[in-house]
Every structure is written in structure tokens, then in C-alpha cells.
Design a protein around this ligand. Structure first.
Ligand code: FAD
Length: 568
């Protein structure tokens, strides 16, 4: 129960405090004691992170046979899809966060939370090392270690600067609540600075030049939100600023929103042009100083241009957190962006460690090797060919076990792998559908290179969290009754069905109460009706009734009184 965890008096070898079970007393002054496995107590599950993946795992974990320790530098869950709305005061920061202690309080499972960040994972000794981020004087005892039986890594990602000079020092990021609050203050500061009497018009223009770098969904939504804020609220209060404000959106590729349907991209680009948002595509930022942003423009022969700016927001994608980088080196996965897992979300080569959300990616190459092995196994007479029936059976099996392949096929609007084989000129005899396995393997490796990883979205992270919780809920039962479906048994296989991702669509709010929605089945909806769909989906997805009520009242307040512009 609640008394399972205690700080030990004695220091472990590393000189840190160790969190172990109270019953497990330190031996000879060292207190690095694997708790539950040794004394037959509850298995300890350590969860790193309280974001989309971690919180979804905790919310769905129902089996009381675990002792759960949650470690995160943030003692709340943040509903990131509404972060751009926080930057302009459409929604208040408190409305989109829920204390993690509130979320886990009512659970039948023992859950303990530690406000700290993990800085090292020691897979050999099943231990994580943590550091408290609280600034109070803890007499140098702010570091401690925690033993685990199972580790769930859900620490997300950090903003990626691609090591471009000056970005970290001069740009705002939009990843955390504090980032959104800082942006909100800076926007108002820019307007106030531009209103000072001693400033020339040239300087005013510079101060009121807002540059957004990155034409992905977050950058586009922020630019749209800022445009609305300026035109609906701020120009009324700062009338002189009206003709001086400029919003520029820089994108390195040829189009903004390029992961969306072409119709959405075209609509967004046209709308932004009408709104006066300057969209510069093919512009790669190479340097940011405190006064200027330098871009290399592909269309203009790679020339370098500089633009003065007042505020810059960097939103170009995600990078790896240092603790994950170190861990990847330790387990032989260097030079990757994210931890490679199998389709059961287990970190490759580490049986008791799971990784999910933005810090993880399912290793597609491994999946492909596996698929080839399934084919070879099905070829019972070793003839190198499969009959039509055998082929169809194997296909069904693959679609069931490897949803990513299914997803890929869906995206390509292919009905079966046979079409793919035809595309890759493999030797498929149409009538008898005999498949040459050699060529099939070649074709699959081509599929492999084309296959995309799952997107780094809240949707994926939340589904992975609830999938993993479900595995943990049933783990004990499955261990007692290992006879699961035949195909999930066997060497190297987990006892559960692999994770499968269900895509429910994606939104791109474009400002002026218009939103683009890309729904499953290639459906595209753009306009005011999608905005209402956006309001209802996001209201329903909010984590609690409290946050739901707060966000809806924020929206109502904005409709009636407009956004606040006090800059606090
Ligand atoms: P996160 O939610 O980032 O959570 C990571 C957690 O780990 C945090 O609690 C953090 O404090 C903690 N942590 C960090 N370092 C450590 C450490 N060393 N030790 C312990 N804990 C640590 N996705 C959508 O699907 N739809 C959207 O509309 C959408 N809009 C977005 C808008 C913005 C502005 C942003 C930034 C993202 C948006 N996303 C959206 C993406 C989505 O937020 C991420 O994909 C999602 O948050 C990933 O979940 P996660 O749990 O992996 O990481």
C-alpha cells in the first residue's frame, strides 16, 4: 500500500538515495535493493513522464497488483492541442492542465508521484536515477534512484533546433505551458514597445514583425491564432500598429502542412495569402541573431537573405531528449531519433522496459524481417512459391499482426500485397497467384523503405498508453494461462496482440473560425462546420470535467469579451 515506498537512511554506492520497499531493509549500509521480485511483493512499475502516453497508461491501469511510481518534472498533464490557443489568451493555461495527483487519486492501484526528472536509466541493474527539479534547499539530497521491475518510458521529445546557430538563444518554442505563457507576454511586450514615443516607424515595423518558423500544424495554427488576436483584439487597442504589424511564416519545403491532403495545403496557403500572412516556402533558416533571421532561399539560387524581427517562434519538429540518447548508446541503438521498440512497445533487447509516445518508434525493419520469416515458414514444401490460398492466409495474418503494414497499404489504397508486388515487378502469375519468395523479399524491402513511422502525435501516444495498460492489466492472468491464440505464442513473442493504431483524423485550425479536417477514408472538410467539429472533439477529449468546463467557459468569454491583452 502507501507505505511501500521509503527514502532509506543509508546511501547507496553512488551516494544517492534509493527508493525501495520499506520491508526491504538496506544491507550493510547499501540500499540498492530490488524490491518486489526479491520479497515476492507487488511488482513495481516505474512510469517516466506525465504527458499523453504516461497519463493514458495511468488512467487505464486497473490491476491493483502493481506498485506504481510516477516520475516527472511536471506534476500535471497538459492538453497540448490547445497550447496555441494559450499563446493568445483564447484559453487560459490553467484550463488545459490537470494535476497528476488528481488523475491518479481515485484509482484502486497504488500510485505514487515524485516531482523529478530521470537523468539516467540503468537497464542492467533495473534502476533509474532521478533529480528533483525543485529549487528549495534539499541539502544536496535532491538526487535519488528508484528500482523497478517494469519501466515505462514516456518522456516525450524536446524541440529540435537542428543546431542552427542562435535558435536556442533567440527563438521561442511552443512545447510546454510556460512556452505559451512566455509567447503571450512577448506579443504584448512587442505592442507596448512599439507604442513608446521615442521609437521610429522603422523600428516599430521591426518590433511588430512576428516570424513563425515551421509550416507544420503547430506553426500554422499559431500563425493563424496570432493573426486573429492581432486583427480582432489588438488593433482596437493599438490603432497605430495596424499598418505596421506583419506575420511571416517560413517553411523549408515547397508547401506548408505537407503531411495533409493537397486540398488542405492549397486552401491554407490561399487563406493565409488573403489574410496577409506572408508565407515564404523554400526558405531554410540558417542563423538567428537577436535582431535578424537569415534564410537560404532555394528558389533564389540558394542566396542568403536576412530579415529583422521582433519575435520569432520556432516550430520545426522534435528531437531526442539527452537521457534517451544516453540510454540508446547504452543498449546499442545509437544514431536514432527515438527508441526502437517491437510492436508490443518493448524496447528492443530489454524485456522489462517499454517505451511509448514521442520518445519511441516501432522498428519497421524488424517487422519486415519478421514478415519475410512468416512467408518462408508458410512455404512448407520449400518450393519458393505459395499457392493462392496460402498466400491469402499469410496476408490476413500479416495484416492482423502488423497493423503498420495494413496502414501503409490503406494509405496507398491497395487492396492486397499482390498489387504491391505487381508494382515492384515481382514475378506474380496473375491467374494462379504464385508468389516467388525471393522476389517477394526484395519487394518487401522496398516497402520497408517507403513505410513511414507512426506520426508523433497525442493520438498515437494516448492509444499506446491505453494499449500498454491493458497488457499490464491482463499480464498476471496471461502468465497463469499462457495458452493464448496460437499465433501469439512461440519464440520471442509477447503474450498479447501487437499494438495497432487507429487513425481518427487530424485537424488544422486556420483562423477566422475556419478549420481543415482530414478524416479517415480520405475525407476532407474545410470551413466553419469543421471549426465546430474541432470545438466538440477537443471539448470531449479534455482530461476531466473540470478542464472541460474551464475551456468551454474560456471560449464563451472570448466570444463575448474578446481576448485579454494585459500581458500577464
Ligand atoms: P509529452 O506529452 O511531451 O509528455 C512527456 C512527459 O515527460 C512530460 O510530462 C514531461 O514533463 C516528462 N519528462 C520530460 N523529461 C523527463 C525526464 N527526464 N524524466 C521524467 N519525465 C520527463 N498531437 C495531436 O495528436 N493533435 C494535436 O492537435 C496536437 N497539437 C499539438 C500542439 C502543440 C503546440 C504541441 C507541442 C504538440 C501537439 N501535438 C498534437 C503532439 C502531442 O502533444 C505529442 O505527440 C504528445 O504530447 C506526445 O506525448 P508523450 O506522452 O510522448 O510526450
Amino acid at each position: 500500500g502507501g507505505g511501500l515506498v521509503a527514502y532509506s537512511d543509508a546511501k547507496p554506492d553512488s551516494g544517492m538515495n534509493a527508493i525501495t520497499s520499506t520491508e526491504a531493509k538496506p544491507h550493510n549500509g547499501t540500499n540498492v535493493i530490488p524490491s518486489s521480485e526479491a520479497d515476492g511483493k507487488k511488482k513495481r512499475v516505474v512510469v517516466l513522464g506525465t504527458g499523453w502516453a504516461g497519463t493514458s497508461f495511468l488512467k487505464n491501469l486497473k490491476n491493483s497488483s502493481y506498485d506504481v511510481q510516477v516520475i516527472s518534472p511536471r506534476n500535471y498533464f497538459a492538453f497540448t492541442p490547445l497550447l496555441p490557443s494559450v499563446t493568445c489568451g483564447t484559453v487560459e493555461p490553467r484550463s488545459i492542465v490537470e494535476p497528476i495527483r488528481n488523475i491518479v487519486r481515485k484509482k484502486s492501484v497504488d500510485v505514487h508521484y515524485w516531482e523529478a526528472e530521470c537523468f539516467k536509466i540503468d537497464a542492467d541493474n533495473k534502476k533509474v536515477y532521478c533529480r528533483s527539479n525543485l529549487t528549495t534547499d534539499l541539502n544536496g539530497e535532491e538526487e535519488f534512484s528508484v528500482d523497478y521491475d517494469y519501466l515505462v518510458i514516456a518522456i516525450g521529445a524536446r524541440a529540435n533546433t537542428f543546431n542552427i546557430p542562435g535558435v536556442a538563444e533567440n527563438c521561442h518554442f511552443l512545447k510546454e505551458i510556460e512556452d505559451a505563457q512566455r509567447i503571450r507576454r512577448t506579443v504584448i511586450d512587442c505592442f507596448e514597445r512599439a507604442s513608446l514615443p521615442s521609437i521610429t516607424d522603422e523600428e516599430r515595423k521591426k518590433i511588430l514583425h512576428f516570424v513563425v518558423i515551421g509550416g507544420g500544424p503547430t506553426g500554422v495554427e499559431f500563425a493563424a491564432e496570432l493573426h486573429d488576436y492581432v486583427n480582432e483584439d489588438l488593433v482596437k487597442l493599438y490603432p497605430k500598429a495596424k499598418d505596421l504589424v506583419k506575420i511571416t511564416l517560413l517553411e523549408a519545403t515547397d508547401h506548408i502542412l505537407n503531411m495533409f491532403d493537397k486540398r488542405i495545403t492549397a486552401f491554407a496557403e490561399e487563406k493565409f495569402q488573403r489574410d496577409g500572412i506572408d508565407v515564404k516556402t523554400g526558405a531554410m533558416v540558417v542563423k538567428v541573431s537577436d535582431k535578424e533571421i537569415s534564410t537560404k532561399e532555394v528558389k533564389n539560387g540558394g542566396n542568403i537573405y536576412s530579415m529583422p524581427y521582433g519575435m520569432a517562434v520556432w516550430s520545426t519538429g522534435i528531437g531526442t531528449r539527452p537521457v534517451i540518447m544516453n540510454f540508446m548508446k547504452q543498449i546499442g541503438q545509437p544514431n536514432r531519433r527515438a527508441l526502437a521498440t517491437d510492436e508490443w512497445l518493448r524496447v528492443e533487447g530489454s524485456d522489462s522496459i517499454y517505451a511509448l509516445g514521442d520518445c519511441a518508434t516501432i522498428n519497421q525493419r524488424k517487422v519486415m524481417e519478421d514478415i519475410c520469416a512468416i512467408f518462408r515458414k508458410a512455404d512448407k514444401d520449400n518450393s519458393g512459391t505459395l499457392t493462392a490460398n496460402e498466400f491469402q492466409e499469410v496476408l490476413d495474418d500479416i495484416c492482423e499482426r502488423y497493423p503498420q503494414v495494413g496502414l501503409y497499404l490503406k494509405q496507398k489504397q491497395k487492396n492486397s500485397l499482390v498489387d504491391l508486388l505487381k508494382d515492384s515487378k515481382a514475378d506474380v502469375v496473375k491467374e494462379s497467384v504464385e508468389v516467388n519468395l525471393e522476389e517477394f523479399t526484395v519487394a518487401l524491402s522496398q516497402v520497408d523503405s517507403q513505410m513511414k513511422n507512426l506520426p508523433a502525435t497525442a493520438q498515437v501516444a494516448a492509444q499506446q498508453g491505453s494499449y500498454l495498460a491493458d497488457c499490464f492489466n491482463r499480464m498476471e492472468k496471461c502468465e497463469k494461462n499462457p495458452e493464448g491464440p496460437l499465433r501469439f505464442r512461440g519464440e520471442g513473442r509477447h503474450r498479447f496482440r501487437p499494438f495497432r493504431y487507429k487513425h481518427f483524423g487530424q485537424f488544422a485550425p486556420l483562423g477566422g473560425e475556419q478549420t481543415a479536417a482530414q478524416l479517415p477514408g480520405d475525407l476532407v472538410s474545410i470551413g466553419y462546420s469543421s471549426q465546430w467539429l474541432w470545438y466538440s472533439v477537443y471539448a470531449s477529449k479534455l482530461v476531466s470535467w473540470r478542464t472541460r468546463a474551464l475551456v468551454i467557459s474560456d471560449w464563451g468569454r472570448r466570444f463575448i469579451f474578446g481576448r485579454d491583452s494585459s500581458g500577464i
